[in-house]
Design a protein around this ligand. Structure first.
Ligand SMILES: [Zn+2]
Ligand SMILES: [Zn+2]
Length: 375
């Protein structure tokens, strides 16, 4: 039973004045999308129940009227209890209601059904430099495959699964119950064999009778240059094996790019800082700065200001699956001495006495320069 309290109209995605037909169509569409037999969505089951409950309420005049006027609270005090769906019998309910084989026969026959394998998520961590150049990485991940000992049957070698006596191999048990569709024959998955129609008396020792085992795999994955932190690479068909010929799921490799001490990444651009001493800034100097391509000598003229920016065109990160590279912006910091000898103090005091406002230019100021560094 759904415990969430979302608005029923919102759940079905219909306006409050939707007619019976629109409500039915909306539910039908949602049901197809969310049915746990066909949806990979982790919350499919819960959302399906929610949609079913919304439909149950809005498809009947009495409950819809109660809900429209008093909301969820009105329904509860009005004695409404949503049908607790047994998912195993949903197909039969839908057939009874919609008059067709709603899910194309999925679940109608006994035995294991062909199904797509689930997706697998693996994670890797890269240095910024590796993200810049691109890298091949060996990625370990667990993948579920058919057990080779029993070839997926789950039965110990030399034995075979036997027909379930409880359901005579049909995999289903029928019961008659009441629901908002009226009286319906409900078919449940047989609890003795789990709907498979057969039981394994002596389970395979390697897979404990499940027919599937988890294998540790490793795959060489090509990480393209310019990849961003948090991006995922999809390797189609490399996930868990499908069941009975179903196609395999996908492998997703989630890429983490470790923060770098020297560089800050801004999209495809790189920002770093360079420290000039007070005298280097005043007199001019050549300094070595680190870039993604290694060290680079940069010349700074006399009167270099803190917050000044040097743009190294095309020295940033490569554009992922594109052409060219971003820029590297080098931000100037001017370091002021924290310790002075007596002699230095005297020299600086002498300098201060000769200082004139003509020594200093007037430009946009430090904050404006800084602003342009982080545009
Ligand atoms: Zn096995
Ligand atoms: Zn059975």
């Amino acid at each position: 039973m759904a415990t969430t309290r979302r608005d029923y109209y919102e759940v079905l995605g219909v306006p409050r004045n939707a007619d019976e037909r629109a409500i039915k169509t909306a539910f039908r569409r949602l049901a197809r999308e969310l049915h746990p037999d066909v949806s990979d969505h982790p919350e499919a089951q819960e959302r399906f129940r929610e949609a079913a409950e919304a439909y149950e309420v809005l498809s009947r005049a009495e409950t819809r009227d109660l809900y429209d006027r008093f909301g969820h609270e009105g329904l509860r005090t009005g004695g409404f209890r949503p049908t607790d769906f047994d998912l195993g019998s949903l197909n039969d309910l839908f057939s009874a209601f919609f008059g067709d084989d709603f899910f194309g026969g999925l679940g109608a026959r006994p035995g294991r059904r062909s199904a797509r394998g689930a997706d697998v998520l693996a994670e890797i961590e890269l240095e910024l430099g590796e993200a810049a150049k691109g890298v091949r990485r060996s990625v370990p991940f667990p993948a579920v495959v058919d057990c080779s000992t029993c070839r997926g049957s789950g039965a110990a070698p030399g034995t075979a699964p036997e027909t379930c006596s409880r359901c005579d191999g049909t995999g289903r048990l029928q019961s008659v119950s009441n629901s908002f569709f009226g009286q319906v024959v409900r078919t449940q998955a047989c609890p003795a064999c789990g709907g498979l129609g057969e039981v394994v008396e002596s389970p395979c020792p390697d897979c404990a009778g499940s027919g599937r085992i988890t294998e540790e795999r490793e795959l060489e994955v090509e990480i393209p240059p310019g990849i961003h932190d948090g991006q995922r690479i999809r390797l189609s068909g490399k996930g868990h094996a499908g069941v009975l010929g179903g196609r395999s799921g996908d492998l997703y490799v989630l890429v983490h790019v470790r923060p770098d001490d020297r560089f800050v990444r801004e999209g495809n651009d790189i920002v770093s800082a360079v420290d000039l001493t007070m005298t280097q800034a005043a007199l001019g100097a050549t300094l070595t700065v680190e870039t993604l391509d290694g060290e680079l000598a940069l010349e700074f003229g006399p009167g270099t200001q803190p917050g000044e920016l040097r743009v190294l065109k095309g020295k940033g990160m490569p554009v992922l699956q594109g052409r060219g590279r971003g820029d590297h912006r080098v931000l100037v910091n001017v370091a002021v001495p924290t310790h002075l000898t007596d002699e230095q103090r005297t020299l600086l005091e002498e300098f201060a006495r000769s200082e004139h406002e003509r020594n200093y230019g007037s430009d946009g100021g430090f904050f404006e320069r800084l602003r342009s560094a982080f545009r």
